[in-house]
Design a protein around this ligand. Structure first.
Ligand code: ZN
Length: 306
């Protein structure tokens, strides 16, 4: 199948609604994951969002033009709703019979995540639904100005629901989305104060470059995993272990997180929280105005990684 995926808005002056979270950020996040998952399942994907537009009308026109000239089989436009802070839930718009059946499958899967079911709705007032040649659905995942909806927001789960609705399948790689994970890795490296070979923070742009590879390698060296320069599942797991800020106590803690701690304290990285590490932690705590108890808890982690 060839899917046209239209990440809503994100093309000034075509910008999304602003609520508790911004629609633009969420459509980008969910849409990127949908694209990755569809590709992982072996489908063709045409990305319909233009890179620039002269007006909102022009932005919408280009989205349909891209879908139509690429002869996509199905077009999916991803959006988030906004109304009066009270309205909540998911709704999907379509006009054709095929569109409505696709819309229902997507909606059923989103509703399973706990969102209120607002139904499949008539979409003839929506530009992309009306002007794309292929059966088209416009998904309003939930409301960006509704607190319960935003509390429930999970891009990974929404993307999985949309892809399951479209294909009946779940992508085999739910947790490792190459594109967003590189951005997440870059953000994490900077938060962990891991630098490239020139001692500089990496640029958080979601694309792999020499500096990012070097910083990943440096992190791998610090925590003692194979220095590939590529952030695979093992590296990401190590990053997540540190970002989870586990409480580290003398004579109890060992492993990746302790190695990272020792690196930050500038002491020998043997990965074991013994007396030497305890002394260094107490010194660090004193320097940072904390109780010098040698236990690395939330306050100490906050000084280390924010
Ligand atoms: Zn929208």
């Amino acid at each position: 199948m060839k899917y046209g995926i239209d990440i809503g808005h994100n093309c000034s002056p075509d910008i999304g609604a602003k609520g508790i979270r911004q629609e633009d950020g969420m459509t980008m996040e969910v849409g990127t994951k949908v694209i990755f998952k569809l590709k992982a399942l072996g489908h063709q994907v045409v990305e319909c969002k233009p890179s620039r537009a002269s007006s909102v009308g022009n932005s919408l026109q280009q989205r349909c033009y891209i879908a139509n000239t690429n002869n996509v089989d199905v077009m999916v436009s991803i959006h988030f709703n906004s109304f009066n802070k009270q309205a909540n839930g998911a709704e999907v718009f379509a006009i054709s019979d095929t569109g409505r059946s696709i819309a229902k499958r997507i909606l059923d899967n989103i509703v399973k995540l706990g969102y209120f079911n607002r139904g499949v709705k008539e979409g003839s007032h929506l530009y992309v639904v009306r002007n794309a040649n292929a059966p088209t659905v416009l998904v309003e995942c939930c409301f960006c100005d509704s607190k319960p909806d935003m509390d429930r927001y999970d891009a990974e789960a929404l993307a999985t629901a949309i892809v399951k609705g479209l294909t009946g399948q779940v992508s085999p790689t739910p947790d490792f989305d190459e594109k967003t994970t590189i951005l997440e890795v870059q953000q994490a490296l900077n938060r962990l104060k891991i630098r490239d070979d020139n001692g500089k923070p990496v640029v958080e742009d979601g694309s792999v470059d020499n500096e990012t590879n070097a910083a990943i390698k440096n992190f791998q060296k610090i925590v003692g995993i194979t220095e590939t320069g590529i952030a695979g599942p093992t590296t990401w797991l190590a990053i997540k272990q540190i970002l989870a800020k586990p409480i580290l106590r003398p004579n109890h803690a060992a492993g990746t997180t302790v190695k990272y701690l020792q690196y930050r304290l500038g002491i020998e990285a043997d990965g074991i929280y013994g007396a030497g590490t305890e002394a260094a932690v107490e010194k660090f705590q004193k320097q940072n105005g904390l109780t010098a108890d040698g236990n690395v808890g939330p306050m100490t982690w906050a000084k280390l990684i924010g």
